[in-house]
Design a protein around this ligand. Sequence first.
Ligand SMILES: Cc1cc2nc3c(=O)[nH]c(=O)nc-3n(C[C@H](O)[C@H](O)[C@H](O)COP(=O)(O)O)c2cc1C
Length: 235
Amino acid sequence: MSVPRYEDAEDAMDFDDVIMGRRSIRGYKPDPVPRSLIEEILSLAMRAPSSMNTQPWNFTVLTGEPLDRIRQGNTERNLAGIPHSREFRIGSAFDGAHRDRQVFVAKQLFGAMGIEREDKAGRQDWVLRGFRQFDAPVCVIITYDKVLAGSDDTPFDCGAVTTALVNAAWSRGLGCVVNSQGIMQSPVVREHAGIADDQVIMKAVAMGWPDESFPANTVVSERKSVAEAARFVGF
Ligand SMILES: Cc1cc2nc3c(=O)[nH]c(=O)nc-3n(C[C@H](O)[C@H](O)[C@H](O)COP(=O)(O)O)c2cc1C
């Protein structure tokens, strides 16, 4: 498939508008997303750089019944208290500035949704929403070729393509949220998505048309400043 050129794309947006406008979308309209549009988005995303141009990524794009079975399996296992079974390493719990940022964005989201600190049922609903892929009409499972497992370049490359994917989707009016919740019960995903054993399940991306009336969709998360993040040497 040829890569769509910017000037050919009727609804394409300015780069800055995509980068500055994109935010995670956690509430969707039920309307389906055309397969051809997802193919266009994937072809844009796959212009992402990768180590030695290895392109270790693969995508399983789910909708309809198979996605519903994953939502159900994820929900059941979560409610049953079955421990997470991700296929890649998780570090230890966040601390310090990382923890502060995690808490801050959670407060923004819960604030927008009107979920109070003591509202256990509301918080549980919110968590289960994530395990249901936020009821999005589409979920893209990012996997990588198992033969490349062990190289840190591989997840790095998958991150690059996933960021490009959510930005490409936004440029076409689609919202996404990259999420780990969708793959925390990876055996469920592997079974219902029919993912081959030569693939490592990396991440989920919920995708669909943003529901403008869903409060959490208005949240604009904070970023540390360039002064905090960057050191300039030799300038
Ligand atoms: C690797 C990764 C995992 C994530 N996992 C989740 C998740 O499980 N649930 C969720 O609601 N958001 C998840 N997010 C979304 C982040 O919370 C979000 O990107 C961050 O707060 C910045 O907000 P923004 O995307 O609106 O700019 C994840 C994002 C990334 C990149």
